[in-house]
Design a protein around this ligand. Structure first.
Ligand SMILES: O=C(O)CCC(=O)C(=O)O
Ligand SMILES: [Mn+2]
Length: 201
């Protein structure tokens, strides 16, 4: 069975200018996402961290775990390196082939319910390089994902479905910021994996 016969739809560019964000709707089958959701929920050593936001320490509204050869710092916290599991390597290989890029790290996020969220930010840390490729996989409950242009304030919104892949590249981090807002709707738990290539700086 080819990917297209399996319900794979044409990738679609969702940014009107200044960078790429390409959405692949069905990269992983229902069977795969069910298996990944189970395995990742159980085997991930989830961390509930506090982050520093505008100088104040607040609990991060989601659980997270960082895997990769090198550590990673953001919003005032440093995540220690941890070796990827076979499940993560399997997902990474599919992302590398579709994004046509190499990755060496992944941030795994668990949004337990609608009140878990990700604030407006860009993946523009120095160790990601100038025009990073970020491959973002969604598994479980659907959540709204927004990109806001830094200058024009244009807003692009997309629902990230289970089994989907969003590949951000080019100027997308320099010109746009993104978030996953809270929602009052009932939503199933969602795992998001953002694969990145971290350089030694
Ligand atoms: O959960 C998402 O879809 C986005 C995650 C994200 O932006 C990140 O991990 O940097
Ligand atoms: Mn991000």
């Amino acid at each position: 069975m080819t990917l297209f016969e399996a319900g794979f739809t044409e990738p679609r560019q969702i940014l009107p200018r200044d960078g790429e964000a390409v959405y692949f709707q069905t990269v992983f089958s229902h069977e795969q996402t069910a298996r990944y959701l189970r395995t990742l929920t159980d085997e991930t050593p989830w961390e509930a961290r506090n982050i520093i936001l505008f100088g104040k320490e607040i609990p991060q509204p989601r659980l997270a775990c960082w895997y990769g050869d090198l550590g990673y710092s953001y919003s005032g916290i440093t995540l220690e390196p941890r070796q990827m599991t076979p499940t993560l390597v399997e997902i990474q290989q599919q992302c590398e082939s579709l994004a046509n890029a190499k990755f060496n790290s992944v941030l795994v996020n668990l949004y337990r319910h609608g009140q878990d969220s990700m604030g407006l930010h860009a993946d523009d840390e120095r160790e990601l390089g100038v025009e990073p490729v970020i491959a973002s996989v969604s598994i479980g409950g659907e959540r709204n994902f927004r990109l806001r242009h830094r200058e024009s304030k244009e807003l692009v919104q997309i629902t990230l479905g289970s089994g989907s892949l969003l590949v951000m590249s080019g100027l997308s981090q320099q010109c746009w910021m993104h978030d996953v807002p809270k929602t009052k709707r009932h939503v199933e738990p969602r795992i998001n994996l953002t694969f990145r290539l971290i350089h030694n700086v």
